[in-house]
Design a protein around this ligand. Sequence first.
Ligand SMILES: NC(=O)c1ccc[n+]([C@@H]2O[C@H](COP(=O)([O-])OP(=O)(O)OC[C@H]3O[C@@H](n4cnc5c(N)ncnc54)[C@H](OP(=O)(O)O)[C@@H]3O)[C@@H](O)[C@H]2O)c1
Length: 286
Amino acid sequence: MSETGPAYPDGRELTHPAMSSRAPSGWEATWPAVPQMFRNAEALPLPWEDLFGPLRHGAIDDLVVVGQSGQSIDARIATSTGHSHYINGQAGLAHLHRLRALVDGVVIGVGTAIADDPQLTVRRVVGPSPARVILDPNGRLPPTARALADDGIRRLVVTAVGTPTSLPAGVEVVPIAADHGQLAATAIIAALAGRGFRRMLIEGGAHTVSRFLAAHCLDRLHILVAPIILGDGRASLTLPPIDRVDEAIKAPMRAHVLDSDAGGDVLLDCDLSAHRVPIGRAKIST
Ligand SMILES: NC(=O)c1ccc[n+]([C@@H]2O[C@H](COP(=O)([O-])OP(=O)(O)OC[C@H]3O[C@@H](n4cnc5c(N)ncnc54)[C@H](OP(=O)(O)O)[C@@H]3O)[C@@H](O)[C@H]2O)c1
């Protein structure tokens, strides 16, 4: 290994200086301009182009749906008691907030809203906060949930058609026809696309991300692996069983060491576009 750390096959450093605690301030300093450059479809300064460039345009249609999972080495997102704060280190958490800053909407399941009561805003980095979307087919979300706080950002709750809701003023209710209590991931994305969302982050939890993955609705999956082993607990993904290895979902991936000094979180950027079903407006090839 060189003094500057591991490298891609083409010689570029795998550990981006911008994400190391030894980071030259110049790299971090380029971030604040990135959310606007990203939306303007401008090329981003490194390392941001490597990390976020693939999220700029959808490969299949005009939508980009990215899932994320912050997990241990043994692919757990929480202990068996449900404790999960925090699995990832500072660099991993900053990455999650950067993802939020680049999307139009961040989506969580009601399980996460109840367990963690997240704000879903961008706080750890500079950038705009996305609209907040909670999937709550059975109306379990308490109106006091922090994600519903009126801070000027759009808040939406996706419910099953006919579910009574009692939500704070200004929260948009998105009713979707349920099938045995389940909301089709394609219907959720289509409903959000119809409300102006083009890039969406499926932030968690395990059930929610798994449903979008199983329905072939993710363009990419950002797995943030923390340098810890929990041994037991909530698996990051649960999908219908397959019989053979050759039936596995193939997800070409690229690894980024986010902070080698801290013993580091590793980002696995998995490309799922080969499996993605069309949902939005078809891409026009030029
Ligand atoms: N480490 C990370 O990156 C991360 C991120 C987020 C959360 N978490 C952790 O994940 C755990 C919660 O995860 P979870 O899997 O239990 O819950 P979850 O995915 O947050 O929420 C699951 C619930 O959301 C509703 N839902 C989601 N998708 C749906 C769909 N397509 N159709 C119908 N309903 C849908 C259902 O509600 P009903 O039950 O009412 O049907 C479902 O039971 C917490 O421990 C949290 O800390 C970790």
